[in-house]
Design a protein around this ligand. Structure first.
Ligand SMILES: C[S@@+](CC[C@H](N)C(=O)[O-])C[C@H]1O[C@@H](n2cnc3c(N)ncnc32)[C@H](O)[C@@H]1O
Length: 419
């Protein structure tokens, strides 16, 4: 009998190693690394490689601590990556030990096969017990993020956030009116439909018909809180891939969506076409864009460090540094000035970021000039989740809605322009 080409599991492990090398050595985002995998790789191998690489990135500190006692010296980069990968399969992903060990051994250069085999056999035998004794939340969180979250949210908050990062995020869906919830979907208090992690949106009924789009429950809140009205002229600055543009357009607003990156603008166009929603898409830098006329409202979902999305993008924890927070905050300040100039008197601005860092949230909002803060309602479902601050700003964290499986970290504040 001929074996299918990937029965050995080798293409998956080689692809997972390539993903880890891209993120950890070449500092490229995981999504970008996935796009660079060979087109010949089968979809299920690509998905499996993604799952393995994401598990390693999510729990890397813990995996290294488990491996440490079994290593007499620091192994070369590719061997360490393979050991992390094998350990993730054994301890986190439930791969049968024989398959995990054999396929990882097959993926490393021959001279290291014996070492990898011996270490992974020990991990298979003793690793789970060792893992349970570790402080995973602490080990898997870069120290600078741990300190920043500690300062912002206290010891319990920092730990809650880090613990929420240990598990992959579910698939959250926003939908158009008239869509039916996919089988098994849970309705969250905020209106988002939630399906288990690993669900493929492209296979859901309603996807091809343009009735659904993927959007974390927290990411859906800023556009909701902007409260778009039919016929309002709204500028969506920094718009791709378009989750919020779709919400605004679905609410009947006349949307102008501005995106600087041409490739991302193309994705925004594709997404809006699939959803059969109308928006004027402008490829431009929002800091210098000067349209004719003013807007009733502006949604500024600004570029940021994205530390609120670590559950979905565990590479963020390895790629971002404090200087990235500082430079993103600088750009956000410029974008807020540009957004302010677009508002008609009485017009409103919602400034949002998917960051857990104060510099990109509360501290940024406190520096806004020429607009008045219009606090969000302290009643209603969002407030009941504990996501409205005493100042009336939105602050979600991955440990909120814990009973439902958490949500991304997001910040939003609303402002109005005086007459
Ligand atoms: C956080 S993402 C936006 C997500 C989007 N609002 C959504 O809901 O799908 C930020 C976007 O801003 C874009 N961007 C960054 N700087 C920009 C600028 N100066 N002008 C316009 N777009 C910019 C990025 O390319 C990226 O697509």
């Amino acid at each position: 009998m001929t074996r299918p080409p990937n029965a050995s599991g080798l293409p998956t492990r080689r692809a997972a190693l390539a993903l880890l090398e891209s993120v950890l050595e070449r500092h490229r985002p995981l999504e970008e690394a996935l796009e660079s995998l060979p087109p010949s790789l089968e979809a299920r191998d690509r998905a499996a490689a993604h799952r393995i690489a994401a598990a390693v990135l999510r729990r890397m500190g813990s995996l290294d601590a488990v491996l440490e006692p079994f290593l007499s010296r620091n192994p070369p980069g590719v061997v360490r990556a393979a050991l992390r990968m094998g350990a993730a399969e054994l301890l986190l992903l439930g791969t049968p030990p024989h398959a995990a060990v054999a396929s990882t051994v097959g993926a490393v250069p021959r001279p290291f096969a014996g070492l990898v085999n011996a270490v992974l056999r020990k991990v298979a035998a003793e690793g789970l017990a060792a893992l349970e004794l570790l402080d995973g939340a602490r080990l898997d969180t870069p120290p600078w993020l741990w300190s920043a979250w500690h300062a912002a949210y206290g010891a319990e908050g920092a730990r809650g956030i880090a613990e929420a990062h240990e598990l992959p995020a579910p698939l959250d869906l926003s939908h158009r009116e008239g869509a039916a919830p996919p089988e098994g979907a849970v309705l969250l208090p905020t209106g988002t439909w939630r399906l288990p992690a690993g669900t493929r949106i492209t296979e859901l009924p309603g996807f091809d018909e343009g009735l659904l789009w993927a959007q974390d429950a927290a990411a859906a809140l800023p556009a909701l809180l902007l409260d778009p009205k039919p016929g309002e002229r709204i500028a969506d600055l920094c718009a791709a891939p378009g989750g919020k543009t779709a919400q605004l357009a679905a609410a009947g607003a006349e949307v102008v969506a501005v995106e600087r990156d041409p490739r991302r603008a193309a994705r925004l166009r594709e997404n809006m076409a699939r959803l059969k929603l109308a928006a004027t898409i402008v490829e431009s830098d929002a800091t210098t864009w000067r349209p004719d006329g003013t807007f009733d409202a502006v949604l500024l979902d600004a570029p940021c460090s994205a530390t609120g999305t670590i559950r979905r993008h565990p590479d963020v924890a390895h790629l971002k540094r404090p200087k990235d927070v500082a430079s993103a905050a600088e750009l956000q300040a410029k974008l807020i000035v540009a957004a302010t100039a677009l508002l008609r008197p009485g017009g409103r601005l919602v400034f949002a970021t998917c960051s857990l860092q104060m510099e990109e949230g509360e501290a940024q909002a406190a520096k806004v000039k020429g607009l008045s803060l219009a606090p969000f309602d302290r009643q209603g479902v969002v407030a009941e989740m504990g996501a409205i601050t005493p100042q009336g700003m939105l602050r979600t964290r991955p440990d909120m809605l814990a009973g439902f499986g958490g949500m991304d970290g997001f910040f939003a504040a609303r402002f109005v322009r005086g007459d």
